[in-house]
Design a binder for this molecule. Sequence first.
Ligand code: PHE
Length: 341
Amino acid sequence: MAEKLQTIVTQISQITAEFQRELAGAESRNDAEQLKLKYLSRKGPIQNLFGLLGTLDNQDRPQAGAELNRLKADVQKAIDAKIESFYVETASIESFDPSLPGQDWPVGGIHPLMVVMDEIKQVFAGMGFRIEEGNEIETDYHNFEALNIPPHHPSRDMHDTFYLGGKYLLRTHTSPVQIHVMESQKPPIRMIAPGKCYRKDTPDASHSPMFHQVEGLCVDKGVSFADLKGVVQAFALKMFGRDVKVRFRPGFFPFTEPSAEYDFSCFCKGKGCRVCKNTGWLEISGAGMVDPAVFGFVDYDPKIYSGYAFGMGVERIAMLKYEIPDIRIIYENDLRFLEQF
Ligand code: PHE
């Protein structure tokens, strides 16, 4: 073999051995990248040997060229594989088993009471009612006085509440929102006001010291009790379907005249159950025509305007809709209950 060819062949095996040793010692992607630079750059040892090809005899050139090309390709492949191996390690693809079942992340949901609340809002919005926000901390004036309930009126007994000192208290119903709205807006008014209410009630199957109501108020020229009945009836139909019956009974509230209490027929269809205490009816709340005395507090002229108002116990509606036998279950946050929705 020609001497020059021999030198190149020897160098090829030296470079190969050296490269293998260094490649085995590479411990990071960075090490491997450095090797790539060292061996494959234009000033690297392999490129250097390519430069010597021109010094060979013509007949030796093809063999030397072929061996150099193979060396270059081998080094390139080995380094790329090494670099790749570090990526694989970081992503730990080797330890990923796609046949295992996925990880189960618990997904929360909207509380059933809020689902019902949203549905109520939607039904009334569809009938042209605006949604108003009220305050859970109210003044005695808005919660009682302006609703025609003076300080020593006996109806305050049923609304015993949490007094915060001074004139402030936790509202016992959503009716004070009627006053806020009429104080700040002129008729025509068509609004509902959903929210929390508080009373010093001992919890039992149908009472809770914190509960939710939706207040409704409509004031305009020529509004009548028939409109009130029609709206409540339409609501019941939308919310429960054709089966539910609505019943108005005479009632008394200082801020409506005449007043009524109204019931929806129970899901037990009169067979009798715990929720309706075997009456077949579930009391939803009170309603009536806005008392002219209330218009006096907000400077509306009762000779021009009339209106109706109604309350709605949201828990009652939820109990009826989902056949929940005890109001306390709604607040216990027991997953066995919540997961059913
Ligand atoms: N606010 C009354 C209650 O909570 C219900 C009601 C609302 C009655 C509107 C008449 C008109 O008992």
